[in-house]
Write a protein that binds this ligand. Structure first.
Ligand SMILES: [Zn+2]
Length: 407
């Protein structure tokens, strides 16, 4: 799927930028359209339509989006604000309303809306569904569970969360566009006159590397505990608890989740390594072609949000989990919190570090702008001294767009 995505995306993007991924052209309209669509959904719920996602039932669900825990009153306010008022603001942003009073107001409201959509209106359930993809693809679910898993994806609650995830990214993009335009920066690349500072490729390579290593801590710790369980060490739990877990097959599914996380951590390394820029030789057909920036940025952004949300939801459910553990007699509460839940409490760090690493990758690899011409004087995209031979400005060495299309 990744390869398809890669060639598909690359064929849309000429090597010198522009084209369909000139997202600054369509994203502000998409934000208005998204909010109008959400307003229609809100009106449907107001007149008694079914499927309002923040009911008393979801408030007690530990997997549900956090917004549900604030109660239906707050949820209604947020749902209504994300509709018509947000669409109106989006329209004003499109018209370029940018005087002193409106600029900070619109920018902060846009960031707030994107943050609420991404972090409070999506839940832990999405991360769990994504985490079990390899398990499902390899057919490891028993028949009944497989059905349940598929239903999880088609459940209205999940679809609504995906809608919010999409809206969050669209609103983030629209706010970035507005911020660029109103600050007099290039709408296409966001660069301004003067030195690039922390956004320069060399500086981004440095802080990006740190972010990548930080992002690997949580999945590695998580894998360590789950591997211990799968290997038969009842780390952080009583023997009986471990045996009952084994009968349910918990340690095998945990092993899958942990391995998926580890593979993800290994792939994250690509954000600072050469194979994250040029496909390695063994990838026949793609070998030595340039990795499209979006191929790394799109999945990494999605994962960083899902992981961060998962972690935040787990943090907020911690008191509930501890209380439940205390009530059940056969659970070693301290062990369960430290070993069982502990690594997942680092998920917000994982999410933030991955987002930072992704941003660094983008700054490091983006080319001189084809619209404003800025960025041409700085050295582009070289994270380390290890592979200085390929000069990014040397068009001869770059695969041309046609080469991608032919894939
Ligand atoms: Zn530019």
């Amino acid at each position: 799927m990744r390869e398809e995505q890669g060639s598909g995306m690359a064929s849309l993007v000429p090597a010198n930028g522009g084209g369909a991924l000139a997202w600054h052209r369509w994203v502000p309209y998409a934000a208005v359209a998204w909010s109008l669509g959400y307003a229609a959904l809100g009106i449907y719920w107001i007149v008694g339509g079914r499927g309002f996602p923040y009911t008393a039932k979801t408030a007690s669900d530990v997997m549900a989006p956090l917004l549900a825990r604030f109660g239906p009153g707050v949820a209604w306010i947020v749902v209504i604000m994300a509709g018509i008022p947000a669409a109106g603001m989006g329209a004003a942003m499109l018209r370029g309303v940018r005087n002193r009073a409106f600029r900070p107001l619109f920018t902060s409201a846009g960031v707030l809306l994107a943050g609420v959509l991404l972090l409070l209106m999506t839940g832990l359930g999405l991360l769990v569904l994504v985490g079990y993809i390899p398990f499902a693809v390899l057919g490891r679910f028993p028949a009944g569970k497989a059905q349940e898993y598929l239903q999880g994806w088609t459940d209205w609650g999940t679809i609504h969360q995906l809608l919010c995830l999409l809206g969050g990214f669209i609103w983030l993009g629209a706010t970035v566009c507005y911020g660029r335009l109103s600050a007099g920066a290039c709408p296409y690349c966001g660069r301004r006159d003067g030195p690039e500072g922390w956004q320069s490729p060399n500086r981004a390579a440095r802080w990006g590397r740190i972010a990548v290593y930080v992002s690997m801590v949580a999945p590695v710790l998580y894998a360590f505990t789950r591997y211990a369980w799968a290997l038969g060490f009842p780390l952080g739990m009583t023997e009986e608890h471990w045996h009952s877990g084994q009968q349910k097959g918990l340690w095998i599914s945990g092993l899958f989740l942990a391995t998926f996380g580890l593979v993800g951590a290994a792939v994250t390394l690509g954000l600072v390594q050469r194979w994250g820029e040029v496909f390695p030789r063994w990838m026949i057909g793609l070998a030595r072609r340039r990795v499209p920036i979006a191929l790394a940025v799109v999945p990494a952004s999605l994962v960083s949000v899902l992981v961060a949300v998962g972690g935040i939801v787990i943090w907020s459910s911690l008191p509930q989990m501890i209380a439940r553990g205390r009530a059940a007699k056969d659970i070693d509460v301290v062990g369960a919190v430290v070993v069982g839940v502990g690594p997942t409490l680092l998920f917000p760090v994982w999410g933030v570090a991955l987002a930072v690493a992704t941003l660094a990758y983008y700054y490091r690899r983006r080319k001189p702008c084809s619209v404003c011409g800025r960025g041409a004087s700085t050295e582009v995209g070289k994270p380390s001294s290890g592979y200085q031979k390929r000069q990014p400005d040397d068009k001869e060495q770059r695969p041309q767009p046609d080469a991608y299309v032919s894939q």
